[in-house]
Design a protein around this ligand. Sequence first.
Ligand code: ZN
Length: 682
Amino acid sequence: MQLVDPVRRARCLRVAGCLVILTAALSAVASSRAEIQTASSSSGPRGTTPRWWMNEPVRFLQTNLSETDSTVDPRALVAAVADVGANTFLVNMGGIVAQYPTKVSFHYASAFLPPGRDLFGDVLRESRQRGVRVIGRFDLSKTQKPVFDAHPEWFFKRANGEPAIYSGLYSTCINGDYYRRHALTLLEEALDRYEVDGLFFNMFGNPSADYSGAPMGPCQCDACQARYRRRFNRPVPATADADYRAFMDDSSREVAVAIAELIHRKRPRAAFLTYIKDHTDGIMSESNTAVGRPLPLWPYSASDNVSRSLGSEPDKIAINLAMSFVDYPWRYAHVAQPETQLRMYQNMAHGGPPAVVVVGTMSQLDRNGLIAAKPVFDWHRRHEDLYVGQVNAARVLLLATGDTASYRGFFRLLTERHIPFVVSENLRWLDDGARRFDLVIAPENAPKEIERYVRDGGRLLTGGVMPPPLPIGRVVGKQKTQGYWRIHDRTGLPSLRDTDVLFVDGDYLELEPSDKPVLTLIPTAMFGPPEKVWSDKVETRVPGLVSAPHGQGRFVYVPWDVGSLYYRHSSESHAALLSDLIDGLLPNGRQIGTNAHPLVELTLMDQPARKRTLVHLVNGTGHQDTAYFSPVELRDITIELPREVHSVRAVGLGRALPVTTNGRMRTFTLPSLKAYEVLIVE
Ligand SMILES: [Zn+2]
């Protein structure tokens, strides 16, 4: 299961049934601009070693075996994986339970593994015969009591001095010598024995809560105390704070360095995969559900995860797992087939492989997860040349700077308006000449480095109540309202012709009045009974928008949380405002014009090696509230590109689409869209 926090990367809200949360990650980015990094990654490409995961089409299937599944017939297991259409199989190898006869001390083969049996070895052999790649799964976060009895210092220690025990297993500590030393011995044996295509690590670090959601608090073990004191000159805090979270993040990274080095030395062609971005070859994420998660559902979870991973680390594979199960207590009951398929199509549309996860063997009590995956894998296999070397061609960058509601508001707005965009959690693109954007959107908390980008000619749209590092005028202070913004100037806001006001609920940053305001505040006034509505209404000169040139560039600042309001309430007027602001900032207009329904997700991906562009269309009309149904077939979707186009081919329909010319525009029409389609533009 995934091990990331719900606030920082919103994986829990966005995707994860991750009731278990990495302490270290909690809120780490949400409130701090300093977390946005411009430094070059320490996890760049690995020289000239061939990387199959970057150069081959990948169809990814994971089974999480229970220890009782050790008796599964490996031939039947792998045959079922191949029959579903996967070509990459992530399967249990070691850690909590080894599925091979390990000789390393404190590492235990499954109690259900028949004597002399080597399940992992058998699976690997069967997979090789079928051309299926194998990634071994490890979980080093927990182990058995005899290890604790022999080495209590390797284990997580609660504030009351007790170990953390769950389902009879003892939690290890990322800073203890189980992770730091003994794990390397386990892995050395595994890597010597088996020519794996990769290793995946579950729960990479100290979780802040267990599988039932019960908080564990910071680890108080001697190793943590000593390291923490060396760094901060004080003991580990009783509750996790920003320093502790940074400490935990760094602890995970340090272990990742050692494991990456070992894997790459022993098996140079194998991938190191886990949920963290540093030192890995690929970034894992999850699209999943949890019964206790607040609504609304996030229907773009897979798009969000893949776009964010690839936009942040373009040189890695982004494997977003469609988790079949409903939530931890119901590992064997699945979400609706159209939900799984939507996630898998979103993965593909944003440059990731289709990937699905089931718990147990391939003989499932609930067959819906695998039934849903098969046609997607079949499509991918028939058209696998589409899915190698895709690069997001979007000219708009959405910066993931913090609060997920605000970020998601912008994410959804851009998607609904068919403005191609890519997400990044960092600013490394600032110094990457190959990655230029027409517009950067920072939903809130614009980082200080963004000033240089604007000064050098960039365009920026930002919002929220934290003042951006740009000349926005004198700040009076943060205020709260349940009022309105009065529209004065529609020059740049043609879509707001049918309203004179926008509603605003919550915080805003009060700025000094400007000469020619576009929006001004009408503060909270009487709203009931109707006879008294606005009897005390006041018009102010408090601006609701700042638009100004800066250096060679230009920025627009919306000093209230418009992204969050749109996420929560979907006001047409807020959408119109943002859409017009974006259009006003795009120097060359939009990359794509279309009459597609807002629930059709459209991405623009280049395949540089093939000198062609792919337009992916994912039909999201099957989503309603908490339900996912088959999408409604849509007809006659016209697409317009301001570029040279020689030919367009609709892959699913299997036919060329006529292209018409109108000035610099090239127009073509897709006659029918079912769940998913790709148009090859050459
Ligand atoms: Zn510890």
